[in-house]
Write a protein that binds this ligand. Structure first.
Ligand code: ARG
Length: 464
């Protein structure tokens, strides 16, 4: 008796004397989550069948029958009519069984020279490649939305912080550009990871390759892979490409989370730097005055689960001997959830960036507190010939005296300022203004409005 997809569905039935229990069936099945791979599974099968026919391993008629059957299956899946059976364990066996029902022996020949091990590795790579392309597009959208915000506020001044203490005045455009840089590196990482995702495992079969005269490069070309995986054992077993993707995704979420933290702080009525459009916020069921920034808070929270998926995949991989082990079936849910979380988050953030209202007066008022231009005064003294450490000391005394009098450095008269250094002249007042302070940082990467505009122009060219 030959092994076949029996009525009960086990592809290996002849080898077994008793069926698995319902619990084991449920435990080992993956169909309810891996059916998401159906489209790429069919794409991979069609490329494999085309090659088998080209190499005369199956007949042209068989290939035609497989094509016809698969197109019907695609229709059934798209129309929600396909019956997914737990008994058939996973997406691969479900589709193969239906194909055989539809086209008979041709369907049974599809699996020649192939194993589910190289099949599933191919499917995940195809799926992930598509996801990376979508995510790259979403990162671009987000950067474009943030560029608009940066451009509107190239001149808007707010305090820049270190240690959450007012440090120096900066422009809001410059602050937003910092996130655009982060998301730019995230996009680079996605593209780089894509190179290693885009290699074909098919042909590795179960682990050692196959005795049939296959043409792997032909399949790679059909499926748009840049190369074939060069070692069959490695091809079916390693999921480093998925781990790499999850690491890149964790970094995107980390950047989203940092930005979320700032949005939440800025929107707090205590700070009041921004408002976020109502459609991204919710109220409280008990406190009528509340408008909560739920979207950034949730994004910050979801960063935890994406980081968790990275650790899950690393842990999944670390104890596995070569080659394929069933452990690898556990790669899918973390990977899928990472893709879903990242996709939704990026989409919502691009929308939300367009729904942010900046309150320049509040930002300005905050920048006027905390002696944000103290460094400018020190730099001024250095330019007049004082060594920096002495300038630092002189300004520290000036700040201390302002703290005692509860005033700002710019509130001191020339006479009062000269107490701290005779080098101070009346050209100091231009230096102590917020505008003077930001405009003076006029070099690549600096906060001057002119530099912010140049950076925006450069990025727009880059993003096309
Ligand atoms: N559902 C399996 C997975 O996701 C497919 C490969 C099964 N291979 C095997 N030898 N049992 O990894």
């Amino acid at each position: 008796m030959t092994a076949q997809l029996s009525k009960k569905g086990e592809a290996w039935s002849a080898r077994f004397s008793e069926p698995v229990s319902d619990l084991v069936k449920r435990y080992t099945a993956s169909v309810f989550f891996d059916k998401r791979l159906a489209e790429v599974d069919i794409q991979g099968s069609l490329a494999h069948a085309e090659m088998l026919a080209y190499q005369k391993i199956i007949s042209a008629d068989d290939y035609a029958a497989i094509q016809k059957g698969m197109s019907q299956i695609q229709g059934e899946i798209a129309g929600g009519k396909f019956e997914w059976l737990l008994d058939l364990e996973d997406v691969h066996l479900n589709i193969e069984k239906r194909l055989t029902e539809l086209v008979g022996d041709a369907g049974k020949r599809l699996h020649t020279g192939r194993s589910r091990n190289d099949q599933v590795a191919t499917d995940i790579r195809l799926y992930l490649r598509g996801s990376i392309d979508d995510i790259s597009g979403l990162l671009r959208d987000l950067r474009l939305a943030l560029l608009d915000l940066a451009e509107q506020h190239a001149d808007t001044i707010l305090p820049g912080f270190t240690h959450m203490q007012v440090a120096q005045p900066i422009t809001f455009g410059h602050h937003v550009l910092a996130y655009i840089e982060m998301f730019g590196r995230d996009a680079e990482r996605m593209l780089d990871c894509r190179k290693r995702v885009n290699r074909l495992p098919l042909g590795a079969a179960a682990l050692a390759g196959t005795t049939f005269p296959i043409d792997r490069e032909r399949v790679a070309k059909t499926l748009g892979f840049d190369d074939v995986c060069r070692n069959s054992l490695d091809a079916v077993s390693d999921r480093d490409f998925a781990i790499e993707f999850c690491a890149a995704a964790a970094l995107v979420m980390t950047h989203v989370s940092r930005m979320s933290e700032e949005l939440v702080i800025w929107m707090s009525p205590r700070i009041g730097f921004i408002d976020i459009a109502d459609r991204f916020c919710t109220g409280s069921s008990i406190m009528p005055q509340k408008k909560n920034p739920d979207v950034p808070e949730l994004a910050r929270g979801k960063t935890g689960r994406v980081n968790g998926h990275l650790i899950a995949l690393l842990t999944l991989m670390k104890g596995q001997p070569l080659a394929y082990n069933k452990d690898n079936q556990e790669d899918k849910e973390p990977l899928f959830d990472t893709v879903d979380t990242l996709t939704d988050t990026l989409r919502i953030f691009a929308d939300m960036a367009r729904g942010i209202t900046v309150k320049p007066e509040a930002m300005r008022a905050a920048a006027l507190q905390g002696y944000a231009t103290a460094t400018d005064l020190a730099d001024y003294l250095v330019k007049k010939g004082l060594p920096f450490r002495d300038a630092h000391e002189a300004v520290a005394h000036a700040v201390r005296s302002c703290v005692d009098q509860a005033c700002d450095l710019s509130d001191l008269s020339l006479e009062q300022l000269r107490v701290f250094s005779p080098l101070i002249d009346d050209d100091i007042f231009a230096v102590l203004t917020l505008e003077g302070s930001v405009a003076a940082r006029d070099h690549i990467g600096g906060t001057a409005p002119r530099q912010v505009r140049l950076a925006i122009q450069h990025l727009r060219q880059q993003l096309g």
